[in-house]
Design a protein around this ligand. Structure first.
Ligand code: SF4
Length: 412
C-alpha cells in the first residue's frame, strides 16, 4: 500500500460521539445523555458522506468514539449501510469498531457479525474494581471477559485498551487522604496479567494524562486528584513492555503491541514464519496515521487528511449536527501542509513505531534528505541515548520512548 499523502486515501474513520456516561478523564468528542440526537446524527453522516460525490474504496475502516457500540443494533445497521455505501471495503480489508465491554449484547453482536466487522477494540481500561470506579467507567472486570468471548464468537480480532497511572483522590479536598491509595505497581501488573490471560490479538496501553476539558482536570486544580510520581509511571511503561513481550507480543509502536496470527484468507499483511503463513495483528488503520498516509473521516470532531490538507470537523456535536443538517460544511479548522512540514511530521509519526525510519524510505517518500533536515537534533538525541542509528535507520531507544513527547518539538 502506498502511503504518499497526495494519493487518494485508502482508509476512513467515522466518529460516533455518544456514550452512556462521561468518564472523568475524558476530553474526547463524546456526549452522554443525548441519545435523542442519534437519529439526527445518522442523517448528518448520510449528508456529510454524500458530499464525497462518489464512493471511495478503502482498505481500512475504523469506527471510533465516543462509543460506537452505544448505538442500538438497528442504529448501528443503518450507520453501517450508509458508511459502506460511500466507503466500500476492498478484499482483505480491516474493519474495526470500538466497543464498551458491557454493550456487546446478542443484538449488537449479530449486527457486527452480519456486516463483517473483523476487529473489535474493547475499551477495557482495567480489570481492577478500584481503578474502574476511579476512572468512572460503567463496566466491571467480568464484563471485559464476557466481551472477549463475544468477539471470539463472531471470529473478529480482539483488541484491548488499558490505562495505567490512575491518580489518587483526596476526599472532599480535606487534609485527610481517602482510603483509596491510587494505582500501585502491583495493580498494574495484575491488569497486564489479566489482559494476557484473555489472549487478545492487540493491546494498547496508555498512561493516564489529565487533559483540560475533562472532569479530572478540575479535580486536579482543586487539589482533589494527585498524579503518580513520574518514576512510577516510567516503571509502569517498562513493565508493560517487558511483560507483554515476554508473553509473545510484538512491541511495534510506543503504546501498541500485537501478536502474530494464522493468516486469514485474503489479508495482505502476511509473512512466512517457520512453515506457516502468518499475519500480524498490528492495527493496519493506525499504521496509516503513523505512516503519514492520507485518510477520510466523518462525524463530529473527526480529522481527515486528503490531498495534503488536514481538516478537523467541529468538536461540538450540537454544532456539527446543526451545520451539516443545514447543508453547511462541518469543517472547523484546516491546514495545507507544505512539503517540508509534511516531511517533518512524517518523521515524527514514523519514529513512534519501534521499527524506526530508514533514510532511503524517508527520502523516497518525502523528497528530503533526513540528515539535511534534522541532523543536529538526531546527533544530540543519539548522544543522550534517546535514538539509535545503524547508519541506515534511526529509531527510538528504550530510554527514548519514555520521553518521546519531549523529542518531537525538536523535529517539527
Ligand atoms: S472515555 Fe470513552 S467511554 Fe468514556 S466518555 Fe470518553 S469516549 Fe465515552
Amino acid at each position: 500500500m502506498s502511503d504518499h499523502p497526495l494519493i487518494p486515501p485508502r482508509a476512513a474513520y467515522v466518529h460516533v460521539p455518544f456514550c452512556d456516561r462521561k468518564c472523568g478523564y475524558c476530553n474526547f468528542t463524546a456526549i452522554a445523555g443525548r441519545d435523542g440526537w442519534i437519529d439526527r446524527y445518522l442523517r448528518a453522516i448520510e449528508i456529510e458522506l454524500s458530499w464525497l460525490g462518489e464512493s471511495q474504496e478503502v482498505d481500512t475502516l475504523y469506527f471510533g468514539g465516543g462509543t460506537p457500540s452505544h448505538l442500538a443494533a438497528g442504529q448501528l445497521a443503518r450507520l453501517f449501510d450508509t458508511v459502506l455505501r460511500w466507503f466500500p471495503l476492498a478484499d482483505g480489508s480491516e474493519w474495526t469498531v470500538e466497543a464498551n465491554p458491557n454493550d456487546l449484547d446478542a443484538e449488537r453482536s449479530a449486527v457486527l457479525a452480519e456486516y463483517g466487522v473483523n476487529r473489535i477494540s474493547v475499551g477495557a481500561q482495567s480489570f481492577d474494581e478500584w481503578k474502574l470506579n476511579q476512572l468512572e467507567r460503567n463496566h466491571r472486570g467480568a464484563d471485559i471477559r464476557r466481551a472477549a468471548d463475544v468477539v471470539r464468537s463472531i471470529d473478529a480480532d480482539l483488541a484491548i485498551d488499558l490505562i495505567f497511572a490512575v491518580p489518587k483522590s483526596r476526599s472532599g479536598g480535606s487534609s485527610a487522604w481517602s482510603t483509596e491509595m491510587g494505582e500501585t505497581f502491583a495493580t498494574w501488573q495484575r491488569d497486564l496479567d489479566s489482559a494476557i490471560e484473555l489472549a487478545p490479538d492487540h493491546l494498547s496501553v496508555y498512561g493516564l494524562t489529565i487533559e483540560r476539558g475533562s472532569a479530572f482536570y478540575g479535580r486536579r486544580v482543586r487539589g482533589d486528584l494527585v498524579e503518580l510520581p513520574e518514576e512510577i509511571q516510567r516503571a509502569m511503561v517498562l513493565e508493560a513492555i517487558d511483560r507483554l513481550t515476554a508473553a509473545g507480543y510484538e512491541h511495534y509502536e510506543i503504546s501498541n503491541f500485537a501478536r502474530w496470527l494464522h493468516r486469514k484468507e485474503g489479508t495482505e499483511d502476511t509473512r512466512m514464519a517457520g512453515s506457516q503463513f502468518q499475519r500480524s495483528a498490528r492495527s493496519r488503520h493506525n499504521q496509516i496515521y503513523w505512516q503519514g498516509a492520507p485518510y477520510h473521516a466523518a462525524g463530529p470532531g473527526a480529522a481527515r487528511y486528503v490531498h495534503g490538507c488536514r481538516e478537523t470537523n467541529h468538536r461540538s456535536t450540537a454544532k456539527y449536527l446543526q451545520r451539516v443538517l443545514d447543508g453547511q460544511s462541518p469543517v472547523a479548522e484546516w491546514e495545507m501542509l507544505d512539503p517540508e512540514s509534511r516531511a517533518r511530521e512524517m518523521l515524527v509519526l514514523a519514529l513512534r513505531q519501534m521499527d524506526g525510519i530508514s533514510r532511503d524510505d524517508f527520502s523516497n517518500r518525502t523528497g528530503f534528505i533526513l540528515d539535511d533536515l534534522v541532523r543536529p537534533a538526531i546527533r544530540r538525541f543519539i548522544e543522550l541515548g534517546f535514538l539509535a542509528d545503524d547508519g541506515e535507520k534511526i529509531r527510538l531507544t528504550r530510554e527514548g520512548l519514555l520521553i518521546s513527547d519531549a523529542l518531537w518539538p525538536e523535529f517539527l
